[in-house]
Design a protein around this ligand. Structure first.
Ligand code: LMR
Length: 396
């Protein structure tokens, strides 16, 4: 049966990890996968997570199944984190959620829900978007189309072109937006632009689907959710996939939330039966441990304060590195203007170099990044900054 299968190339993002690990150059730099690293290049477990885990070990008294929706306490705490306490959609009982295995699980479950409501529906994704959006949504049966988003020549949004394309999108279509810290380009919508998209969704009737994988990594927990919350107040239906991988540093625990805002509470009741059936027919139910950690942090004032402080530290380090790399590239004589990196948000930016130059950086300097020249900023540090910037200058 399997002899007819052809082998596939390594995953464009995860595949880099293996090459990086095998590289023996002591100066090697990993700017590939989006994982936060500290100055020493280590992805440490957050203190708040350690503390919550310790408490959990002592208090947990069963490993019985938790059910397809996950834990109600986690779902409620996450809904508030995403929407803000007392959000009108919550008050009107129009919101339903499921705890999922990471943001990926959420994206897939929501795509399946859409496909049940409208088989083969079209979902519009930004050009560019996170590479895994396409298989996660497309393999659920949705048709993928793209709208212009980022201009690589100027390092900025192409908002007019985005609006021009989306103005013909109507009811029954889904538009995927990144809440903040756009992956891969780091260029986010500003508040006026969110407002324009909200008005378009209201007028044209398409369903927004917002992926929030980096809440707290851009400007702060509330600021990063500003556009999402406005959308949630303004449209009758909204899909949200949230991830706890980055902001809680729980990557391998796989923690996420699939959340839907429905037209009314009756539709919410019905829709939830479909979402849970999609979960059951897919992975049956989510793992428990990571979500229990998140619930414990979000519902305990002191753990939450510690977590927020640690999140602030991660954000500020990345923002410092953004400013630092712009300065150091100029100092190293790198041809071109890289100031856009300082203005962008979150873990990623495109360096804006060619795939051949990316390959040279890997071959000659052991610097690893995705072929598109997306760099994971947190892989930079004070100690490797000069090496990195001189290498970039030399390939330009
Ligand atoms: C990334 O874009 O690097 C992360 O979201 C990790 C992944 O799974 O691709």
């Amino acid at each position: 049966m399997f002899e007819h299968l052809s082998s596939l190339p390594p995953d464009p993002i995860l595949g880099l990890l293996a090459s990086y690990r095998a590289d023996e150059n002591p100066n090697k730099i990993d700017l590939g996968v989006g994982v936060y690293k500290d100055e020493a290049g280590h992805t440490a477990i957050l203190q708040a997570v350690k503390e919550a885990e310790t408490r959990l070990l002592q208090s947990e008294d069963t490993k019985a199944y938790i059910g397809p929706a996950g834990t109600p306490g986690f779902n409620a705490a996450m809904q508030e984190l995403v929407l803000g306490a007392g959000h009108p959609a919550l008050v009107a009982n129009r919101v339903r959620s499921a705890q999922t295995p990471g943001g990926c699980g959420a994206l897939r479950v929501l795509a399946e829900l859409v496909n049940r409501a409208k088989p083969g529906a079209t979902v519009w994704v930004s050009d560019p978007t996170w590479a895994n959006h396409v298989p996660l949504l497309g393999n659920a049966g949705l048709e993928i189309k793209s709208y212009p988003y980022y201009d690589r020549n100027t390092g900025s949004l192409q908002f007019d072109a985005m609006v021009e394309t989306l103005k013909n999108v109507g009811e029954g279509d889904v538009v995927l937006l990144h809440a903040c810290c756009h992956n891969p380009c780091g260029a986010d919508l500003n508040r006026e632009q969110w407002q324009v998209l909200v008005e378009m969704a209201q007028k044209q009737g398409f369903t927004p689907f917002i992926d929030m994988a980096y809440q707290g990594f851009g400007d702060g927990l509330d600021d990063d959710a500003w556009g999402l919350r406005l959308m949630a107040e303004s449209v009758p239906e909204l899909l949200v996939a949230a991830s706890c991988s980055k902001n809680f540093g729980l990557y391998r625990e796989r923690v996420g939330l699939a959340m839907v805002i429905y037209n009314d509470s009756a539709a919410a009741e019905t829709g939830q039966t479909q979402m849970l059936s999609a979960v059951r027919g897919n992975y049956s139910m989510p793992p428990s441990h990571g979500a229990a950690i998140v619930e414990s942090i979000l519902t305990d004032a002191s753990l939450r304060a510690n977590w927020e402080a640690e999140l602030t530290e991660m954000r500020e380090r990345i923002n410092g590195l953004r400013a630092g790399v712009v300065e150091s590239l100029a100092g190293a004589g790198a041809a071109g203007d890289f100031s856009f990196i300082r203005e962008q948000k979150g873990m990623f930016s495109f360096l804006g170099i060619t795939p051949e130059q990316v390959q040279r950086l890997q071959r000659e300097y052991s610097i690893y990044m995705v072929d598109s020249s997306r760099i994971s900023i947190a892989g930079l540090s004070q100690s490797n900054m000069e090496y990195f910037c001189k290498a970039v200058a030399s390939v330009l």
